[in-house]
Design a protein around this ligand. Structure first.
Ligand code: SAM
Length: 303
């Protein structure tokens, strides 16, 4: 499958060992991007860019439980918006025709490495408000853990869905707002969120140390207790514990997510119904929101 032409000339082209990377301006009129966040993600993905196939597959199966061959197959032209290291593109690449891989930060260089030998991808530096493709270009689009870090999530989702063809699908993962959780979870979130606001303002190197310390001293003990409870047979109890998702993850992933969680100054959270509502407003129908972690991941169809 051949990619379509860009709808604008790239501002710059970076030549890596594997390919050209096309750079498009992010300082557009009415921009919807937080530069500090983009820089901070660039740093994050520079530090965490080694994911084994085993790890990608294990977590990928959780993210993509609602994606079947009708949605993605060898005829699908897709776009990964806010790709980071490109790990989820890597997970899907054997099943998809071609993927445009897009991120405004220097994370794109990490994606270039992770997707080193892959032919059915093209990499671009661009943001949701200046995606260099005509509207109604793609059969499938996805944005995983991105739009809640953008000032106007609803508008960003609309911009992404505009690029999807009629009959195509858009998949999104957005942080949940603990709407169904009890007072203990909500209080815990309040404490964590206050910490995040403070930690995300620290100088980069110090921020990384603090997040590593949190991964080791806070995440790991809770995860190990959950693993033990699961091991002795109380799987249902283990599943409702905080950080239950990490019971299946390596310490590397936990460190990465601690930095993602505490190192980012702008983070928004949504209820399931708010996500459904934003997806409908963006032009999606037949919305399916997975009941499984990570909460909430959803897919809808543009009709
Ligand atoms: C938490 S990371 C998720 C990366 C990847 N999707 C994943 O799940 O591994 C968020 C990514 O969104 C990108 N991002 C931030 N603002 C953006 C924007 N306005 N448009 C597109 N991507 C953006 C960041 O550069 C970062 O790589």
């Amino acid at each position: 499958m051949k990619p379509k032409s860009f709808n604008q000339e790239p501002q710059n082209i970076i030549q890596s060992d594997s390919r050209n990377i096309y750079c498009f301006p992010t300082d557009v009129e009415d921009q919807n991007i937080e530069d500090v966040i983009v820089d901070s993600f660039g740093e994050e993905w520079e530090k965490f860019n080694q994911f084994s196939d085993h790890e990608i597959n294990k977590i990928g199966n959780m993210y993509f439980d609602i994606i079947d061959d009708k949605i993605i197959n060898s005829n699908t032209y897709g776009i990964d918006i806010g790709c980071g290291t490109g790990r989820w593109t890597k997970f899907l690449l054997d099943r998809i025709g071609f993927m445009e891989v897009v991120d405004p930060s220097k994370a794109i260089m990490a994606a270039d490495k992770l997707l080193e030998n892959k032919k059915n991808v093209r990499l671009s530096m661009a943001s949701t408000d200046n995606l260099p493709f005509n509207d109604e270009t793609f059969d499938f689009g996805m944005s995983i853990g991105v739009l809640h870090h953008i000032p106007n999530t609803e508008k960003a989702l609309k911009h992404c869905v505009n690029k999807i063809k009629k009959g195509g699908y858009f998949y999104v993962y957005l942080y949940y707002n603990f709407e169904s959780r009890g007072i203990v979870f909500k209080t815990l979130f309040y404490v964590v969120n206050t910490m995040r606001r403070m930690i995300s303002r620290l100088p980069t190197r110090f921020k990384k140390w603090v997040c590593d310390a949190i991964a080791l001293c806070v995440y790991m003990p809770i995860v190990l207790i959950g693993r033990f409870i699961s091991f002795i047979g109380f799987k249902k109890i283990a599943k409702v514990l905080p950080l239950s998702m990490y019971q299946h993850c390596s310490f590397y992933i936990i460190r990465n997510d601690a930095l993602d969680r505490f190192g980012t100054s702008l983070e928004q959270r949504f209820s399931k119904e708010e996500i459904r509502d934003m997806m409908i407003k963006a032009g999606l129908e037949q919305i399916v929101i997975s009941e499984s972690t990570p909460y909430w991941h959803a897919v809808g169809r543009k009709l």
